[in-house]
Design a protein around this ligand. Structure first.
Ligand SMILES: [Zn+2]
Length: 47
């Protein structure tokens, strides 16, 4: 399965995996991750 990038809409945490996490470990919110595309992830991560 392809891994994708997900971003927490509350704190901006980036997760790379098959599914977005239900719980954000950084801001402790649930169901705040949305899928973003690779280019957007690169920009955010500064790659
Ligand atoms: Zn968060």
């Amino acid at each position: 399965m392809d891994k994708k990038f997900f971003r927490c809409t509350v704190c901006g945490d980036i997760h790379f995996g098959i599914n977005g996490p239900e719980h954000c470990p950084t801001c402790q919110q649930d169901n705040k991750y949305v899928e973003i595309d690779k280019e957007e992830a690169k920009n955010i991560l500064g790659l």
